[in-house]
Design a protein around this ligand. Structure first.
Ligand code: RIB
Length: 329
């Protein structure tokens, strides 16, 4: 009997794949009318979710899905590069989608990848990800998180030690005479922004220093807007949740005639390739992105090939990179 796919059910019921997935996983409210249509289609076609899981288990398509939050950010491009190189060397093709930090788009891409019968999934969530949907998938599909963990979804992961990264940065700034700080952080629901927030607050309390923390978004515009609107006197240092925020801040402050680092030191996070060429070159925290992508792909193939059955968590080391955007106070 030909395999019935989730796509066949959607077509029969006259609904989207994501609606079928929501009905089958009860992961989000669906109208009674649509629910009835899906259930009738499932009955008539004799489809069962386990059929999807079985085809994922045995019907190897040699494809891997990867959903990440923002493909325009060089940080994620480097991660994809590391994963894709490893997978290609081992006979797998990578299909990725950018959720653009949008939960709805993330769900749609997820359901589309499932309909392609991928053999495994690499996942960096928006921060609003649907844990119920992810938990339902992990029982039929091998999943590895990169860079950002999701509460209550226990799968293997590869992250970089955010606490160590912020601790090294703050220790360096304090050692070079900085005594008051502003932190412009990334998207508040993301694991990485929360960890950096917690590390920053912990260090400020340890040293007893004056500080402000603001959640924004991991984007150039967030830094530019903040820099454009800053009116009060500048702190000794402004820390940014990632390099893109720092680039926007540097440009806005330069337009206002602020001298970096003489008037204020500025730091980033990630060490994307442009950071060393920015004017001034950016002091930042290096994240081993290529290695993160490669390591996650390696773990995923071990899971798919049954060489590993336990949950494995890898925490990679960050590195402080001091450049021109900071100086001794
Ligand atoms: O630049 C994007 C940021 O979000 C990075 O710092 C990375 O850790 C991701 O979580």
């Amino acid at each position: 009997m030909a395999k019935v796919s989730i796509k066949d059910v959607a077509r029969k019921a006259g609904v989207s794949i994501s609606t079928v997935s929501r009905v089958l996983t009860s992961s989000a409210p669906v109208s009674e009318e649509l629910k009835k249509k899906v259930e009738e289609a499932v009955q008539e076609l004799g489809y069962s979710p386990s059929m999807l899981a079985r085809s994922l288990r045995h019907g190897r398509t040699k494809t891997i899905g990867f959903i990440l939050p923002d493909i325009s950010n060089p940080f994620f491009v480097q991660i994809v590069r590391g994963a894709e190189d490893y997978l290609w060397e081992h006979g797998y093709t990578l299909i990725f989608g950018s959720s653009d930090q949008n939960r709805k788009k993330e769900d749609t891409i997820l359901n589309t990848l499932l309909s392609k019968h991928i053999d495994g999934l690499l996942f960096t969530g928006t921060g609003e990800s649907n844990p119920k949907l992810l938990r339902s998938i992990q029982h039929g599909l091998n999943v590895v998180f990169l860079d950002r963990l999701i509460k209550d979804v226990n799968v293997s992961y590869v992250v970089v030690d955010n606490f160590k990264g912020i601790t090294m940065l703050v220790d360096y700034l304090v050692d070079t005479g900085h005594r008051n700080f502003i932190f412009i952080n990334g998207d508040k629901n993301t694991f990485s922004a929360k960890q950096r927030h917690d590390a920053f607050i912990s260090k400020m309390r340890e040293y007893g220093l004056q500080h402000e923390h603001h959640y924004a978004s991991f984007s150039y515009d967030a830094g530019y807007e903040f820099g454009k609107n800053i009116t009060k006197s500048l702190p000794d240092a402004i820390l940014c949740g990632n390099d893109l925020i720092a680039f926007g801040l540097l440009d806005a402050l330069e337009e206002k005639g602020v001298r970096i680092p003489d008037d204020v030191s500025v730091t980033g996070y990630d060490d994307i390739p442009f950071s060393k060429y920015y004017k001034p070159a950016l002091t930042t925290v290096h994240q081993p992105t290529y290695e993160m992508g490669k390591t996650a792909a390696e773990i995923l193939l071990k899971l798919i090939n049954g060489e590993m059955t336990t949950i494995e968590g890898i925490v990679l080391e960050p590195e402080l990179v001091v450049r021109e955007s900071t100086r001794r106070k």
